[in-house]
Design a protein around this ligand. Structure first.
Ligand SMILES: Cc1ncc(COP(=O)(O)O)c(C=O)c1O
Length: 604
């Protein structure tokens, strides 16, 4: 006899009730059967999650709540604020060889069909290398990524971004949010993308999460400086790796090791090509920008910086470009010097020139400030440092997704960035180093992968970049970083930069018109970032109120406390733009801020 398994969770629910997953599935089936209840414009509501939502509700699929689950109770939708749907196909097809998974071939003892290596390898970019390059698989053969058939089929954005009404479906955490209603929304100042060469709607369709609903509203992701969202191509790349390539790399005579090695080394070549680096050997994979800077501080710094030497940074630094140098200074007896900034957040280049001397060993500055958005004139900084005989590290964490970078033209000695800020996964980043500089550096960490030969008496190290990659790296994430950069190349960074520049200019003008709003960081040359404070509110209150409207922005010190304090603040609100943001989203942000500003008096 079989006994029905109780599915209650024991947390107060009756044991005979179906579990939450079953309830969610039943609800989905019920909703699917309702006639004509989906909103006519904007993306359809997503399926209910089959798993319980995580603790950070905004980051997960909608809960099983009527406001989200039942289309009939969706807030009234306003007419689309952007251009009508376009029918061009999404860009998410990665510009890499696509997989041709052959029909199953039964073989003795093989339950899963072994995939055939199909296409010849392309250039050294993306997951295109051949197994042969590592001597592990048949010559001239490569395989491809999953086809578009596996592409994301969830709600697209193709029907144009539909402005969510600003009335709340969920309980507000601030009373003034109640006031944000559709009735108060001004007509958007610009409804047509003024950059006709850049198809933002097409780009948006490649990012499934942009169709997510948060607090009953369509997500408006303006937290790109913290991390960017991922295109379907990147999501697929990760999945493909674990479905078809997963293996440790370099040291194995089997096919999957060759595939994984090709994916990893192919991504390295892609990074080099994307940054205009002289060769793939100048690209070291790290966990991110932070680890890359620490690597330079410890491996290069411990060898080349001594007592009495000076390290020059700026007042615009993320903590990741302060703390490792402080630690190095403590360890070596060196001194840290800081380039001041003016009230707009621009480096004072005369003061910088005065700081440089024969004692300067290293200058480390951001290409774009994460707190203010200032674009630093890195070319001038580098040339002056080199004249003084110093090396230069450029922190490109906030630049790579927004500005075309050519490292050979720039002539930086080191350049770092994080994959997750450039539409790739977390856990992967890059240190670029000039070949002669990397070769002159001792390893940072010791272990497997970085050695030529080990005895108990001594170890011989491999050349760069392997010398700096002890242990097993983030192989799939590296492959997906290659895909993200290929994707960016396909969209085209010059066009992205122009588009974002226009959008930033528009947002700046609109935000300036909000009463009581003070922009922090007003340099003429800026990228992506709009830091501000709003009279009558703490930054977190503003961010929280915006979140209730589905608008994600960051509030706080942005890991740049010295920068904040230069402006007499402990924190700001920081919307930050990326290529998929729109004029309509800026309008929503500004409308919400304007309403908050109007209500500021009532709170006092
Ligand atoms: C300018 C800058 N540098 C470095 C970092 C550190 O990046 P990660 O945390 O990805 O290592 C950040 C992150 O926000 C940043 O904005």
């Amino acid at each position: 006899m079989t006994t029905a398994t109780p599915t209650g969770d024991g947390a107060g629910g009756a044991a005979w009730l179906p579990d939450e997953a079953t309830l969610a599935r039943l609800a989905n089936e019920f909703l699917a059967a309702l006639p004509g209840e989906r909103p006519v414009s904007g993306p359809p509501a997503r399926e209910l999650p089959l798993a319980a939502p995580g603790p950070h509700q905004a980051a997960v699929a909608p809960r099983l709540e009527p406001a989200t689950a039942l289309p009939v109770s969706q807030p009234a939708v306003t007419p689309p604020l952007t251009t009508p749907p376009v029918t061009t196909p999404p860009l998410h097809t990665p510009p890499v060889a696509r997989p041709q998974v052959p029909p199953p071939q039964a073989g003795p003892g093989i339950s899963q069909p072994e995939r055939q290596l199909a296409q010849p390898a392309a250039q050294a970019s993306g997951p295109r290398g051949t197994g042969q390059s590592f001597g592990l698989t048949s010559p001239g053969q490569a395989f491809e990524l999953p086809g578009p058939g596996q592409a994301f089929t969830g709600p697209g954005i193709g029907q144009a971004f539909t402005a969510p009404a600003l009335s709340l479906a969920t309980a507000p955490r601030f009373y003034f949010v109640d006031e944000l209603s559709a009735a108060t929304l001004p007509a958007p100042a610009v409804t047509v993308d003024p950059q006709p060469g850049f198809d933002v709607e097409r780009v948006r369709r490649d990012f499934p999460i942009l169709a997510e609903r948060v607090n009953g509203r369509q997500l408006v992701w303006l937290d790109n400086a913290a991390t960017t969202q991922k295109p379907q191509a990147v999501i697929d790349r990760l999945s493909c790796f674990y479905c078809h390539e997963n293996s440790n790399i370099h040291r194995a005579a089997h096919t999957l090791a060759a595939r994984a090695t090709d994916a990893y080394e192919g991504a390295r070549a892609t990074v080099a090509g994307f940054l205009g680096a002289p060769s793939a050997d100048t690209v070291v994979f790290t966990r991110g920008a932070t680890e890359a800077i620490n690597l330079v501080a410890q491996a290069w710094g411990r060898r080349y910086v001594g007592a009495g030497d000076e390290i020059v940074i700026s007042h615009l630094e993320h903590h990741a470009n302060i703390v490792p140098w402080q630690q190095l200074a403590e360890q070596t007896g060196a001194t840290l010097k800081v380039i001041p900034v003016d009230d707009d957040g621009q480096l004072l280049l005369d003061a910088y020139a005065d700081l440089l001397s024969r004692r300067t060993r290293l200058v480390a500055v951001p290409q774009v400030s994460n707190a203010l958005g200032t674009i630093v004139p890195v070319q001038q900084v580098i040339e002056a440092a080199h004249r003084a005989g110093a090396r230069v590290l450029i922190d490109g964490a906030q630049a790579v997704a927004h500005i075309p970078v050519n490292l050979q033209a720039m002539d930086a000695d080191f350049y770092v960035f994080s994959g997750h800020k450039v539409f790739a996964p977390t856990g992967i980043g890059v240190l670029y180093g000039k070949p002669e500089v990397l070769e002159s550096m001792p390893p940072w960490q010791g272990g497997g992968n970085m050695i030529e030969d080990v005895t108990f008496e001594r170890t011989r190290y491999r050349q760069a970049p392997a010398r700096f990659e002890a242990g097993t790296g983030s192989i799939a994430d590296a492959a997906a970083l290659g895909t993200a950069l290929d994707y960016l190349s396909e969209v085209g960074l010059p066009g992205i930069a122009r588009y974002e520049h226009e959008l930033l200019g528009y947002a700046t003008g609109e935000m300036r018109s909000v009463p009581g709003l003070r922009l922090i960081g007003t340099a003429p040359d800026k990228a992506s970032i709009l830091s501000f404070v709003l009279e009558g509110y703490r930054p977190e209150e503003v961010a929280s109120a915006l979140d209730a409207c589905g608008i994600a922005v960051r509030a706080g010190h942005h890991c740049a406390q010295p920068t904040m304090r230069r402006f007499g603040l402990e924190g700001t609100v920081r919307p930050s733009l990326a290529m998929y943001n729109t004029w309509a989203e800026v309008d929503l942000l500004v409308a919400a801020l304007r309403r908050l500003a109007d209500d500021a008096g009532r709170r006092r």
